[in-house]
Design a protein around this ligand. Structure first.
Ligand code: BES
Ligand code: MN
Ligand code: ZN
Length: 501
């Protein structure tokens, strides 16, 4: 779809459809009032007939109104005016796109971008509106022999801003949204691909492709031999049980000041997690193809950063493997030596993500002077029990980092909730035979996993996102690209802050 930012009167738009909002109890938004005036009260009349009251998710399509140049007018319910918040904005824009796709309109002009929730601004509204339009248009069709065509004919969408002086702000917001949307699309595609297509090698190739598409990205892929020589014994113990070789992809994007320390992103890339010898039950095991969503988010964020040409330094790292049962696989009780030198007793082979991430964190510590390190992983079922799908679990060993990520989550709508890294939880990971055990019992499973990782991040300014609940959804089944919106908001904030200095 093509997008534009313009400024003009709603009645003067030569377009397939003009989209305006209406609050509950038939209270017209400004743009709706303007149309009502231009049509001698046609909007008020339609509402008075009882066809629409302005409740959330309601829409009403009006055709061929006198005094309006557009073929159609779409009224979108906003709910009560004093309750108009981020969520209401998102729902109204989503309902508008859905309704537009049911019409024959090929283009539309939306005035919903005028409706800025409290504490937000025009950039926020344009950015969110464009990202909603892009993500509702997403289809995963790569594995269908005959993809079903997209519903509706909409191909051009214009967001109106209140005056010409707002055009530059609106256009920059649109540019950012479309760059992020491209990154999110890559994340969703990688995540939705099945395990037999998206292998560790496929992930590494994705990193190489990013380097060839964007000259600013430099990619290096470590093979198992190299990982062996670095001493990544925890990571390699997981991949030993699989016929697919592990890969370790390192992408550098250094368009910031030479002296600026990089933000390092690390993503779990388990292209299929059967559980290994501690095998998972059969029900919903297919969903373990999504166990590389953290890695997919790192690739997506790198793509978005490069697409936008942000003046920052970012490193993306994706340790990737399968977790399979096999004669050579980890067995419960096996003790492996991590790159850090710490020995780990593998009490449960299904707690494999932390075995990859611990070596990746040590690799970061030894190779980069990072400003901060953020890892993201579909790490535990326990975080789904704690937070459901609405929030990702956040852990951090530095309060300012936790604060910045929480704020970025609120702004982007890709929210996180902080959970504790208290020392009290460390005793759960005690092992009689090794330095640490890889699981900590039934209680606080997401916390003990984070506390395990923390042992390998003590020298880093570090945050961990447990995205097992947020990375994909059930209905319709598919990847969400979270936490890419959160990461991009976090990075854009740093860009905007450094400009103000
Ligand atoms: N990839 C899973 C976590 C997961 C489970 C994500 C369900 C999304 C949905 C992870 O590797 C795992 O198996 N974790 C175990 C840890 C346990 C053995 C301590 C879990 O959560 O059951
Ligand atoms: Mn597992
Ligand atoms: Zn896993």
């Amino acid at each position: 779809m093509e997008y534009f930012v313009k400024s003009g009167a709603p009645s003067k738009q030569r377009s397939g459809c003009v989209v305006v909002g209406v609050y509950e109890r038939r209270k017209l938004s400004e743009a709706a009032q303007a149309l009502d005036g231009a049509t001698g009260g046609a909007i008020t009349q339609a509402m008075r007939r009882g066809d629409m009251d302005g409740r959330r998710d309601d829409t009403l399509l009006l055709h061929g109104l006198d005094g309006v140049l557009a073929d159609r007018v779409l009224l979108v319910g906003l709910g009560r005016e004093r309750d108009f918040d981020d969520k209401a904005f998102v729902r109204a824009n989503g309902a508008a796109i859905k309704a537009l796709r049911k019409t024959g309109a090929t283009d539309a002009v939306s005035y919903l971008t005028h409706l800025v929730p409290r504490k937000r601004d025009l950039s926020w509204s344009v950015m969110r509106a464009a990202m909603i339009a892009e993500s509702t248009a997403y289809r995963f069709t790569q594995c269908k022999s005959k993809p079903e065509p997209q519903e509706g004919r909409l191909t051009r969408l214009t967001f109106d801003v209140a005056s010409r002086s707002h055009l530059p702000e609106g256009e920059e917001a649109l540019r950012r949204a479309l760059g992020i949307a491209q990154g999110m699309m890559l994340t969703r595609d990688l995540s939705n691909l099945p395990g037999n297509r998206c292998t560790p090698t496929y992930l590494a190739d994705t990193g190489r492709k990013l380097a060839s598409d964007y000259p600013a990205i430099k990619t290096k892929v470590l093979d198992e031999k190299k990982m062996e020589s670095l001493g990544m014994g925890a990571l390699l113990s997981v991949s030993r049980g699989s016929r697919e070789p592990a890969t370790f992809t390192v992408m550098e994007y250094m368009k910031g000041p030479k002296k600026a320390k990089p933000v390092v992103l690390v993503g779990k890339g388990l292209t299929f997690d059967s559980g290994g010898i501690s095998i998972k039950p059969a029900a919903a095991m297919d969903e373990m193809k999504y166990d590389m969503c953290g890695g997919a988010a790192v690739f997506g964020a790198m793509k978005a950063v490069a697409e936008l040409g942000l003046p920052i330094n970012v490193v993306g790292i994706v340790p990737a493997s399968e977790n399979m049962p096999d004669g050579q696989a980890n067995k419960p009780g096996d003790i492996v030596t991590s790159m850090s030198g710490q020995t780990i007793e593998v009490l449960n082979t299904d707690a494999e993500g932390r075995l990859l991430l611990c070596d990746a964190l040590t690799y970061v510590e030894q190779n980069y002077d990072a400003d901060c390190v953020i890892d993201m992983a579909t790490l535990t079922g326990a975080v789904i029990i704690a937070l459901g799908k609405h929030a990702s679990g956040l852990y951090a060993n530095q309060p300012t980092l936790a604060k910045a990520l929480t704020a970025a989550g609120e702004l982007s709508g890709d929210r996180v909730w902080e959970l504790p890294l208290w020392e009290d939880y460390e005793s759960a990971l005690k092992s009689p035979f090794a330095d640490v055990a890889n699981v900590g019992g039934r209680e606080a499973g997401s916390v003990t996993a984070a506390v395990f990782l923390h042992r390998f991040a003590k020298k880093l300014r570090w945050a961990h996102l447990d995205i097992a609940g947020s990375a994909w959804e059930q209905n319709p089944k598919g990847a969400t690209a979270r936490p890419v919106p959160l990461l991009m908001q976090f990075l854009l904030q740093r860009v905007d802050n450094s400009k103000q200095k």
